[in-house]
Design a protein around this ligand. Sequence first.
Ligand code: UD1
Ligand code: MG
Length: 429
Amino acid sequence: MSISIVILAAGKGSRMKSTTPKVLHSISGKSMLFHAIDAGQKISDDITVVLYHQATRVQEAIEAEYQNINFHMQDAEKFPGTGGAMKGIETKYEKTLILNGDMPLITQNSLEALTGGNADINMSVIRLENPTGYGRVLINNEKVQEIVEQKDCNASQLETKTVNAGIYCINSELLNRYIPQLSNDNVQAEYYLTDIVKMAVDENKTVTPIYVEEEEFKGVNSKLDLAEAEVIMQNRIKKQLMAEGVTMRFPDTIYIDCRATFTGESILENGVTILGASKIINSHIKTNSVIEDSTIENSDVGPMGRIRPLSYLKDTHVGNFVEVKKSTLTGVKAGHLAYIGDATIEEGSNIGAGVITCNYDGKNKYKTTIGKNVFVGSDSQLVAPVTIEDDVMIGAGTTLTKDVKKGSLALTRSPLKLIPDFFYRFFGK
Ligand code: UD1
Ligand code: MG
């Protein structure tokens, strides 16, 4: 791991039209910047993130998730631009890889290609039919000569179809020497990092173009870019999971968080959403169900089941319109229309239609504990905190407010009145 990484994340991101810093927008459940950091951490233990716009917010978000990330505050008023962003950074190792915080789709393979070899500079290059917007890379005999920003191009340079994808791996000693020499003598009056290429060429250093896929080096600048990047990331995630044996019905309708993991053989029907760091183990998730930050093992959920964070389902059947939150269900059947929150329920228990754990009194949350082989009749309310021991029956429509001992029947039921011919007396014959 003898490579330092700098991630540029100081830009304003005004095209995103958002109060959230651009790099904190998420792709498949993880912010773009974290995708970049995670890719970087696979090859480096020296990562510096350059901040300026909404610096505190971005730094706090990073610190909540990662340790050992260095921060560098760009003096963007005095030194605007990608070269300005690098001013004053000291990297630890011989080579420095420069990444952008808004490129969440780069793969480890490409990073390895960019950091390999012995060139003084490796730079990412894409061939594009329509190069509009990018810096043009002038190449001669497989050697890069110069990068010219679109706004600084002359007519013939504008025709160049090899463009700068914006990622570089540079000999750190050269980088440290060139950055102070950058000038802002260009159309945008910015300090361009790209100018170091010309400086290196003038000193007969080698600058190697590494041809990369446009899809991976897509910069995300707008909500449209964000949506397009999401589709690319989702397709990758699903393709990988299918290769590992997950069955997906109409994959285009399925959404899977990049932090979710699958073990064994599972089936996801159309419209399924898997959020957070969910673990799906040998399970069948049926149409339009949502699983969030939960573990589902040898179980089936849905159609239209909702499993909210911190739930663990094992050998369990959860049917339609059942919501489970922060609960552990082992060997349970809850077939229809129920709310199970802050509960543990053990093997052989059946939760009838319309059962509700009343876990919240408006101030605090309370636990419901249900033992083995408990039959909870339909439309019962279990007012927590409450414990139901093994082998208990709860009659339909019960409002349970006390603990129930093993083997009992619990029942609240007002006596049924039957008044013959009442209808006719009320409405007439
Ligand atoms: C840059 C390249 C261009 C390349 C393109 C690829 C330069 C001068 N040009 O252009 O050749 O084709 O990327 O996408 O580098 N940033 C800062 N501080 C700043 C300005 C930018 O940290 O003062 C960060 C941004 O947050 C972003 C990255 O640098 O992550 C790239 O900045 P951006 O403005 O998008 O560069 P381009 O003008 O697109
Ligand atoms: Mg730009």
